[in-house]
Design a protein around this ligand. Structure first.
Ligand SMILES: Nc1ncnc2c1ncn2[C@@H]1O[C@H](COP(=O)(O)OP(=O)(O)OP(=O)(O)O)[C@@H](O)[C@H]1O
Ligand SMILES: [Mg+2]
Length: 236
């Protein structure tokens, strides 16, 4: 059966993939879908009781209403907060894509759709031979590119969207994420990106850390497109 879901990648590390993915999970649930979230590979762990866990995976696990064990959300975790293949080497292991595909299928069987957060950027190595793009091909989900609006993002967005298209996957669209309070510069970047890449699926406003999201009417209209991507047969 065709997997239903979305792979959230980004123009870089630290540009808002988790921020956006968590809000997509909540919004899709609000639209009535049973949503699972996944961070297949994570590097950087915090100690919680006896366990080592990753912040992104915890946030995603909490956002999803489905009660899913941590190991299912994040099957591959490394302690060191560095590129996963380097962190894996330190631990004397290697990321195994087959295991990650099995984990995705397990989640997909439980949910209407799975929101997957990628690691770092599109070509981050996962082991000595494979990178994030290879994992995306194995997952075979529509890809959504989060563009963090900051200097350099136009170049990163163009390179990444070209690479996604080259991979043969469905490029579902891009999301403009305002990493900082709105400024003339950030608006100019957004207009330039729109000219090059077309209209974004969503414009995610800058949200200072207070949790909770207000979906504006514009965002709601755009969510229809995201729903078509993640679960084409779902009704809203
Ligand atoms: N729209 C936004 N408004 C306010 N803060 C944001 C926004 N998007 C991201 N941030 C903040 O920017 C930081 C990086 O975001 P986030 O952790 O989502 O990036 P990421 O791409 O998932 O990073 P990583 O590559 O480590 O997974 C976080 O502190 C997050 O709260
Ligand atoms: Mg993240």
């Amino acid at each position: 059966m065709k997997r239903r879901g979305i792979l959230v990648t980004g123009t870089d590390t630290g540009i808002g993939k988790t921020h956006v993915a968590v809000r997509l999970v909540r919004a899709l649930q609000f639209a009535g879908l049973k949503v699972a979230a996944m961070k297949p590979v994570a590097s950087g762990a915090v100690r919680v009781g006896d366990a080592w866990l990753n912040d992104d995976a915890l946030e995603l696990q909490r956002a999803a209403a489905l009660d899913i064990p941590y190991d299912w959300v994040n099957p591959s975790l490394f302690r060191m907060a560095t590129s996963p293949h380097l962190a894996a080497r330190v631990e004397g292991v290697a990321v195994d894509l087959d295991r990650l595909v099995d984990a995705l299928d397990r989640l997909a069987a439980l949910a209407d759709c799975v929101v997957v957060e990628g690691v770092g950027g599109w070509r981050v190595p996962l082991n000595d031979h494979e990178d994030m793009a290879d994992l995306a091909r194995r997952f075979d989900l529509p890809v959504v590119l989060v563009v963090g609006l900051r200097l350099g993002c136009i170049n990163h967005a163009r390179l990444t969207s070209e690479a996604i298209l080259d991979s043969g996957l469905v490029m579902g669209g891009w999301i403009a994420n305002e990493l900082f309070p709105r400024s003339q510069e950030s608006q100019d970047m957004l207009y330039a990106l729109e000219e090059i890449m077309g209209r974004p699926l969503l414009k995610m406003p800058f949200e200072p850390l207070q949790g909770g999201v207000v979906w504006t009417s514009n965002n709601h209209i755009d969510l229809v497109e995201i729903l078509r991507l993640v679960a084409p047969s779902a009704s809203i």
